[in-house]
Design a protein around this ligand. Structure first.
Ligand code: BMA
Length: 371
């Protein structure tokens, strides 16, 4: 009998018993649970392709109903859409990049109804200094923890974000599942939650507080929680701020190519993807390449010769490129990560699009991820 029990115990450590598909929130909605479970299947041999702010604007245009730079090239849309909540903490009606939250909600509802997936990040301002998300001059995280001087303000900000996420509803009034990626690029020194101003312990505490507050107190049963670092050198760095298996559903990192050395990008990113894959599999968590790109894509074959060779051997649920802002006066340069008609890498992107392992919206829809 004991042998049998032991055997059952061992067998049940395997994903067959469903352990690999259990969200941290046992009360997650049926659509959210289904999405999570289906993304595990998808990532075995497919990857959703994503684009930030895809429907709101592109290079040379803004807010044209039905338009998207990716659509202009492929007659299709991304399989996963990224949007950012920055500004909702002040109850503003537009986010930090000018996207009206009401329009964002419509885009999210439309994408969900067409069968695509939604991920949200939050470039929120610094609650202690009043500066921007990039203000790293103060020990902000300590100040927003329970007992800290800004804790009440922080809760109000979470309330506002939570109200917005509750307002994302489908046709039956069901809450639209969201891959929520708070405190992103957590090992980078450019956000107020970065390691230059935040101890590991404080980071883990604010993460746990935030997730408990949103999921348990605010009953956001539509969240799938994404842990996200920037580029990292080893497992130790990737895991340094990891809040524990009860506080993350997806493990991910961001990494951009910054120079013409695509070979170096492929090699170094593959090393990181191998580490990510190993950890995620051991923990039965989903993995994702949450942000990538090569600004203004000055490489004609970046899609098929750099991005694809980088990701092709790894089970990642999605890869997402950042926003197509076009020319940015403040930066005095072009800032975009997906091609548009006439862009140097456009023909290569059209080839990349044909790859059956990459899911854009039309093929994503066939997988009925919410059922
Ligand atoms: C950054 C840039 C900024 C933008 C921010 C939030 O990477 O694109 O211009 O404000 O993301 O979307």
């Amino acid at each position: 009998m004991k042998k049998l029990l032991n055997l059952l115990f061992i067998v049940c450590l395997y994903p067959l018993c469903g352990q690999g598909q259990t969200l941290i929130n046992a009360k997650a909605s049926p659509e959210t649970k289904n999405l999570y479970k289906n993304l595990f299947k998808i990532q075995e041999d497919k990857t959703l392709f994503g684009h930030q702010d895809a429907l709101a604007y592109g290079v040379g245009w803004k807010y044209e109903q039905g338009r998207s730079d990716i659509k202009s090239l492929t007659d299709d849309l991304p399989g996963i859409y990224g949007w950012d909540l920055g500004g909702i903490e002040h109850a503003r009606d537009k986010n930090l990049d000018g996207v009206p939250f009401a329009k964002m909600r419509e885009y999210i509802q439309g994408a969900y109804q067409r069968g695509a997936v939604i991920t949200l990040s939050w470039h929120w301002d610094n609650p202690l200094t009043g500066g921007s998300t990039w203000d790293t001059t103060a020990h902000t995280v300590k100040s927003i923890l329970p007992g800290g001087s800004q804790h009440e303000k922080y809760k109000l900000w979470l309330d506002r974000g939570a109200a917005y996420m509750h307002s994302l509803t489908g046709p039956q009034g069901e809450k639209i599942p969201v891959l929520f990626r708070p405190f992103h690029e957590l090992n980078g020194n450019w956000f107020w939650w970065g390691p230059n101003t935040t101890s590991v312990n404080d980071f883990k505490q604010i993460w746990k507080f935030t997730i408990d507050y949103l999921i348990r107190k605010k009953a956001l049963n539509n969240l799938i929680i994404v842990y996200n670092t920037n580029s990292f050198k080893d497992e130790k760095e990737f895991m340094l701020n990891y809040p524990g298996d009860q506080y993350a559903d997806v493990l991910s990192f961001d990494k951009y190519q910054f120079d013409g050395n695509g070979k170096a990008f492929i090699e170094s990113t593959r090393k990181e993807l191998a580490i990510l894959t190993r950890i995620a599999q051991a923990k039965h968590k989903l993995s994702a390449f949450a942000e990538t790109g090569y600004e203004a894509i000055p490489d004609a074959t970046w899609w098929t010769q750099t991005l694809w060779p980088t990701i092709k051997d790894f089970p990642i649920s999605y890869v997402l490129v950042w926003r197509n802002a076009g020319f940015m006066k403040s930066m005095d340069k072009m800032h975009y990560y997906a091609p548009y008609p006439g862009q140097l890498s456009a023909p290569d992107f059209q080839e990349f699009y044909k790859n059956p392992s990459l899911l854009f919206e039309k093929t994503t829809a066939t997988h009925k991820l919410y059922q």
